[in-house]
Each structure stands twice: as structure tokens, then as C-alpha cells.
Design a protein around this ligand. Structure first.
Ligand SMILES: Cc1ncc(C[n+]2csc(CCOP(=O)(O)OP(=O)(O)O)c2C)c(N)n1
Length: 335
């Protein structure tokens, strides 16, 4: 896997934005696990180890044009695509102000104006929805618009995933499939999931391009997703981008990763932790100083603290709304 250096198309401002998003993701992750252990929220999902993938992919998403079909581990992409930080906590605390009115399990947030569709807990079901949205964009003859669809490597074992990529390939719809390969699907290691662990190679079997990138490198992910996105938006059809990363925390706060993997494996992966690795790179390249990064970490922590406090004080859903939205009302198209 080539480790791409910051190319001309990545300015210093963009490098700083990537780092800030990565620091924010980590602070949000840490807070989620803390809030759960304090008994304040029912469950949290950690994306620690996915920060580079999500910051890079979110930067390639063109706001006001593209549509995101994320999965549950995508707090970072949501934030990078412009989703409000308070909205993440409103979902965690199940407040009335949450986009589902405090009804759904965490991270099932949505923001139609920003092109952010809701995730689904049903693995790979967002892929069929995403391909449908991409087909609609193509059918209407819209240009400079693409869909970003994300999932874990475990999702690629689902029939719905195969049906989605096959349909996308046949009709050359404007979509980027992004696989966040963290090597574990809860307790199932990738070696027990597929005979060929190279997920990007699967694209070839369907007749389109697959690209494998270092998912600990936000610049590599950004460049790969950006190119795939440009190709899709120009009518060149789908690309499968596989970003190889790792999940450092348990699958959720309901899981204990110590029961199925060795401490040595986790420690070895930690050596490549994308956050300190990217910090070192920016310092070595003279983009930022260590002091600047510390100030940024502090700013992000303060923001997360203040947002947590604000949302914690917001009201829960009113009892009278218990049956609201149980049955679907009038619907309108998503894209
Ligand atoms: C259709 C379906 N099967 C099983 C589950 C239970 N489940 C929830 S998360 C998960 C693991 C998915 O792993 P992966 O796609 O690799 O994503 P990761 O959580 O590792 O980011 C499973 C099996 C589910 N939600 N939906």
C-alpha cells in the first residue's frame, strides 16, 4: 500500500482540517464510552482507529451536491460532512431534539439538507438504498453529484452488498463504495469471513475498479475517495475503495473485545494509531507545531464538554409523543 505524501491538491489548511476532525472524533468516542459507563446513555459505538478513513472520506464529500449513506460507525464522517456535533449527542442521550425525536438507537441520525441519509442497523441494507439514490441521480441526468456509501468488511458477506455492487456496475451509477476494513466484525475475524481478505479485488469480479489504501493515512483516503468521486460524478461509474484500518475499542460498549483477540495484536496495531501518526507527520513536515496541536486538542475537548453539558440538559421526548411516527406518514423522495 503506497503511503501518499501530501500532494499539491492537499493544502496546509486541509491537512489541519483533517487533523481537527480526527481529534474531534476521538474526543467524541471517548465521551461516548464515558457517558455509557456513567449510566447516562444506553450504548456507545467507538470508531477509534477509523479516524483517518472518516476524516479523509468526509473531506472528499462535496457538500450541497453529494449524498451520504453511512453505517453505524460513522460519527467521524457525519461530522466531516457537516453534521452538527450537538446532533451526535442528542442521539446518544435520546433527547427530544434528536433527529429521530429520541426514538432510535444511537447514531441513526439524518440531515436531509446536508445530504446525510440515516444509517440502518441492518448490515449492508444502506447499500441498496445508496445505489437506488445513485440510480435516481443518473436517471435525472444530474451532473457533478455522487453518492458515498460506507460499510465494514463484514458487510461484504451480505447478499444485499453483492446485489448493490452488481447493480451499480451494470448501470454505471455515480457511487463510491467505501469499505472500512477494521478486520473484525464484532468477534469474527476477517480470516473467518472470507477466503480472499483483499476486498478491493472483489470489484474486479463485478467489472469495475477497486482501490486499496492505507486507512491510517487520511491524505491517502482523501485522494482515493476524491478521485473515485470525481470519476463517478463524471459518469465513469462506481469504484470500491477499501481503507485498511483497525478497531481499537470494543465493537460497542456492550461488547468486550478482550474475549476474542490478543493484547499483542491490539498493541501491535496501536503502534500505527492514526492520530499520533498524523500529528507526527504534520510536525515533521513543518505544517504544525506540537504546541499548536495541543491547543487544538484542548479546544476540541472544551467543545465536546460544553456540547455534552448543553445536550444533557435538553428535555427527553414527551410521553404524549409515544405513538408519534409509529406509522409512516406522507413520504417524499430523498434525493
Ligand atoms: C443483517 C445483520 N446481520 C447481523 C447483524 C449483527 N451485527 C451488528 S454489527 C455486526 C458486525 C459488522 O461488522 P463490519 O461490517 O465489519 O463493521 P464494523 O462493525 O466492524 O465496523 C453484526 C454482525 C446485523 N446488525 N444485521
Amino acid at each position: 500500500m503506497p503511503r501518499l505524501r501530501a500532494a499539491d491538491e492537499v493544502s496546509n489548511e486541509m491537512l489541519v482540517a483533517l487533523l481537527r476532525n480526527m481529534l474531534l472524533q476521538r474526543a467524541v468516542d471517548t465521551r461516548g464510552f464515558q457517558l455509557n459507563r456513567q449510566g447516562k446513555i444506553g450504548i456507545a459505538m467507538g470508531s477509534e482507529g477509523h479516524e483517518a478513513v472518516q476524516a479523509g472520506a468526509g473531506m472528499a464529500f462535496v457538500r450541497g451536491h453529494d449524498v451520504l449513506y453511512p453505517y453505524y460507525r460513522n460519527t467521524g464522517i457525519l461530522l466531516a460532512c457537516g453534521f452538527e456535533l450537538a446532533g451526535v449527542f442528542r442521539s446518544q442521550f435520546a433527547r427530544a431534539t434528536d433527529t429521530t425525536g429520541g426514538r432510535s438507537i444511537i447514531n441513526h441520525v439524518t440531515d436531509k439538507a446536508k445530504g446525510i441519509a440515516s444509517i440502518s442497523s441492518i448490515i449492508a441494507s444502506q447499500c441498496t438504498h445508496a445505489v437506488g439514490a445513485a440510480y435516481a441521480i443518473q436517471y435525472r441526468g444530474e451532473r457533478n453529484r455522487a453518492v458515498l456509501c460506507t460499510f465494514g468488511e463484514g458487510a461484504t458477506s451480505e447478499g444485499e452488498w453483492h446485489e448493490s455492487v452488481n447493480f451499480a456496475a451494470i448501470h454505471k451509477v455515480p457511487i463510491v463504495f467505501l469499505c472500512e476494513n477494521n478486520q473484525w466484525a464484532i468477534s469474527t475475524h476477517i480470516s473467518k469471513q472470507m477466503g480472499n481478505p483483499n476486498i478491493a479485488e472483489r470489484a474486479q469480479g463485478y467489472g469495475f475498479e477497486g482501490v486499496r489504501v492505507d486507512g491510517f493515512d487520511p491524505v491517502a483516503v482523501y485522494l482515493a475517495v476524491k478521485r473515485a468521486r470525481e470519476k463517478a460524478a463524471a459518469g465513469g461509474g462506481p469504484t470500491l475503495v477499501e481503507a485498511v484500518c483497525y478497531r481499537f475499542l470494543s465493537h460497542t460498549t456492550d461488547d468486550d473485545e478482550r474475549t476474542y483477540r490478543t493484547r499483542e495484536e491490539v498493541a501491535q496495531q496501536r503502534e500505527n494509531d492514526p492520530v499520533p501518526r498524523f500529528e507526527r507527520r504534520l510536525i515533521d513536515d513543518g505544517v504544525l507545531t506540537a504546541e499548536y496541536i495541543e491547543a487544538m486538542r484542548q479546544e476540541v475537548t472544551t467543545l465536546v464538554n460544553e456540547t455534552t453539558d448543553m445536550v444533557e440538559n435538553e428535555p427527553p421526548p414527551a410521553a404524549e409523543t409515544l405513538y408519534t411516527n409509529v406509522y409512516a406518514g406522507p413520504t417524499e423522495p430523498w434525493v
